[in-house]
Design a binder for this molecule. Structure first.
Ligand code: BYC
Length: 469
């Protein structure tokens, strides 16, 4: 079904024929706009931004480009088309027709997961609240805002499910999604990484590379869900998510490129010399990578999780690309897990968080390889790398243990001494922040980052992507 833009809330779920739901969502809409006004991009409400808006859910429709003022962006409810005769692809209900309603006994489990997913979306917008003031170019500013409006829409996607399928509880949860705030002492966001400040653009690029990629994996696993409206919602969200990770991968790549240019000009890879030229040295980039990668690893939960087992058994959450596996029931299968006490053989269902984390890590490696190719081509032996998945964990079997980036358990004293060298120090952060000056003329690019290879939607790089008021 095509998207109806004549309604207050654009949608392809035939909202007009469900007056109760429509009223409930129209009641929530002004609260969302208040939240956007207060917690969304700070100070750019009257700027014209070259944004893409979804006007359909097929290959042509999901990206219609044009200048929009962000408060006028049409946040709506768009589900990917239903797949005919879709059956449940995993767990105890394998092979049965998918559900159009949530089974009563699974309500609270489904609600918890939808709320957790929903909570991350506004959280990320809050984390990026002030970044516009220090954008390295109008191209980057526009990308930031594109990511922000789409995270706002992803919040709408989850709120729709809560309102449409969870009654009064769902409406209350939808209110709470606007009441918790990233980093708030009393009412923080649910998941750890979403309370970390994102105060500079290197962090933003690391966040969109690593943390949005957790989003990709979680959405892929929810796209497998037996609850069809959740699956369809997530399938459509994934098309938007790809751009966010592109922003991260190319963003980090451009920071690396600029460092390499400066290293070549100076004939040295000395970090202090690179910094004096106003670029970010590779060891600093590595420390930022260490921080955001390890933080994002925690988002998959514990290695052994009865929640994960029950989500899988009950058809709530499958594995990303469930079709690639042979066994979709996994009742007998086991998984060998490395724990601080040695290898532990556990039921595969209980290890689903770890299975997902492993696929995620493989996906993270692709960008790192590309960044390293740039370094290699420039003739340097240095390499960026993902630290070991046991390093700096806050959740699971390896939480709070003194593990080095190679994954070895080391002496606690030595760990405490070395940790500050593995993560961005206060001095690193102050240095990176010192580079963050807004570049606001079309085509102008800050000195710490290389220009992008191409502009957006075939427009030139120096196009005025944001017309500041
Ligand atoms: N921080 O059995 P456990 C995205 C909680 S990103 C704090 O180990 P389980 C996006 C857990 O909730 C994708 N708490 O794991 C990216 C549980 O609490 P309750 C977001 C944590 O239950 C960028 C307890 O610890 N979507 O979309 O299997 C920009 C025991 O948990 C953490 C989802 O995550 C943590 N790191 O949970 C914008 C999908 N880890 O329930 C957007 C929905 C675990 O006992 N969520 N806990 O109070 C889920 O599928 C699951 O809840 C988890 C794993 C993946 C979080």
């Amino acid at each position: 079904m095509s998207i109806n833009y004549s309604e207050r809330i654009p949608n392809n779920v035939d909202l007009a024929n469900d007056r109760t739901l429509q009223r409930a969502l129209e009641h929530w809409q002004p609260r969302f706009l208040d939240w956007w006004h207060e917690m969304g991009p700070h100070d750019f409400e009257s700027a014209d931004v070259y944004l893409r808006t979804a006007v359909g859910v097929d290959a042509q429709g999901w990206a219609s480009y044009g200048a929009v003022k962000m408060p006028d962006y049409r946040w709506g409810i768009f589900l990917a088309d239903a797949l005919a005769d879709r059956t449940i692809g995993f767990g105890d209900y394998y092979g049965q027709p998918v559900w159009q309603q949530v089974p009563g006994e699974l309500r609270s489990q489904f609600r918890r997961i939808i709320v957790t997913q929903g909570d991350t979306e506004p959280a990320s917008v809050e984390q990026q609240h002030l970044l516009g003031h220090t954008c390295p170019s109008l191209y980057d500013l526009r990308n930031l805002f594109q990511v922000n409006v789409e995270e706002g829409r992803h919040l709408w996607a989850m709120v729709y499910l809560l309102h449409a399928y969870f009654g009064r509880d769902g409406r209350e949860e939808a209110e709470e999604l606007l009441a918790r705030h990233s980093g708030d002492v009393d009412k923080p966001r649910i998941l750890s990484t979403f309370n970390e400040p994102v105060e500079d653009w290197l962090s933003f690029f690391m966040f969109t590379y690593f943390t949005d990629r957790d989003g990709k994996y979680q959405l892929k696993s929810l796209a497998e869900s037996a609850f069809d409206p959740l699956s369809r919602t997530c399938r459509f969200m994934l098309t938007e998510e790809a751009h966010h990770m592109f922003v991260g991968e190319t963003g980090v790549g451009r920071v690396v490129k600029r460092a390499l240019e400066v290293m070549k000009e100076l004939g040295t890879d000395d970090p202090a010399a690179v910094r004096r030229q106003g670029a970010i040295d590779l060891p600093t980039i590595q420390r930022y990578l260490n921080f955001w990668f390890t933080s994002s690893l925690d988002l998959f939960g514990s290695e052994v999780s009865s929640n994960a087992a029950s989500s899988f058994a009950n058809g709530i959450k499958g594995r990303p690309d469930e079709g690639q596996y042979e066994d979709h029931i996994c009742r007998e299968a086991t998984f060998d897990l490395s724990t601080p006490k040695g290898t532990d053989t556990v039921s595969l269902r209980n290890a689903m968080n770890e299975v997902m984390r492993e696929s995620y890590i493989k996906d993270c490696e692709i960008g790192v390889k590309r960044w390293n190719m740039q370094i290699q081509r420039a003739g340097y032996d240095l390499r960026l790398s993902l630290p070991h998945h046991r390093f700096r964990r806050g959740i699971g079997a390896w939480a709070n243990l003194p593990v080095d980036p190679q994954g070895r358990l080391i002496d606690r004293g030595e760990y405490d001494r070395l940790l500050s060298g593995w993560l961005p120090s206060e001095a690193d952060k102050a240095f990176v922040r010192s580079l963050m000056q807004q570049a606001k003329a079309p085509g102008k690019i800050a000195g710490w980052i290389a220009p992008p290879d191409r502009g957006i939607n075939n427009l030139p790089v120096d196009y005025e992507y944001v017309r500041l008021a």
